[in-house]
Every structure is written in C-alpha cells, then in structure tokens.
Write a protein that binds this ligand. Structure first.
Ligand code: FES
Length: 90
C-alpha cells in the first residue's frame, strides 16, 4: 500500500500501489469537479515524495500550464502513485 498525507487536513490515506489519486475523492476535502484535468480543483502542492508519483501525462501537463502550476504542483485526478508516501497540501 502507498500513503498520501494531506498535510493541511492532518489525514493519511492509504491506497493500493499504482492507484490513480482520483481514489482520494470523498476521503478528504479536495474537490474532484471534472476528473478530466480541465478544472484545476484537484491541484495540490507536493511537499514530499514527488519521486513516488508517475510523471505527468499530457492531459495533466496541459492542465497545469493553464492553471499556472509550478513544478511542485500536480493535478490529483490525473496522477498515479507508484508506491511509498507522498505529502501534499492544497
Ligand atoms: S478534477 Fe478537475 S482538474 Fe482534476
């Protein structure tokens, strides 16, 4: 299992290795309005463990460009966790 810590909620959520992080919907307060990388509601800052996320797909890259995402930000609806722990805040 992999762990996503939502720092500003003080929550640690376990998901299977290789999961899409859209899995976090309903388990935290992050909104997943479109789940298509087009609304920016699921954008988070990665504080630790970026290496444990799969590289951004083309949809995520395009979305981050639109929403002004810096290199430490990701759209959770588009990314997958490989394993280990990732710490994010929004
Ligand atoms: S839910 Fe809209 S960009 Fe992720």
């Amino acid at each position: 299992m992999a762990t996503v810590e939502i720092k500003n909620e003080g929550k640690k959520i376990e998901v299977p290795d290789g999961s899409s992080l859209v899995e976090l919907e309903g388990k935290c307060s992050i909104l997943f309005a479109c789940k298509a990388g087009t609304c920016g509601s699921c954008k988070v800052k990665v504080l630790e463990g970026m290496e444990n996320l799969e590289p951004a797909n083309e949809t995520e890259k395009a979305g981050l460009e639109i929403f002004g995402g810096s290199s430490d930000e990701r759209l959770l609806c588009q990314c997958k966790i490989k394993k280990g722990k990732v710490v994010v805040e929004y």
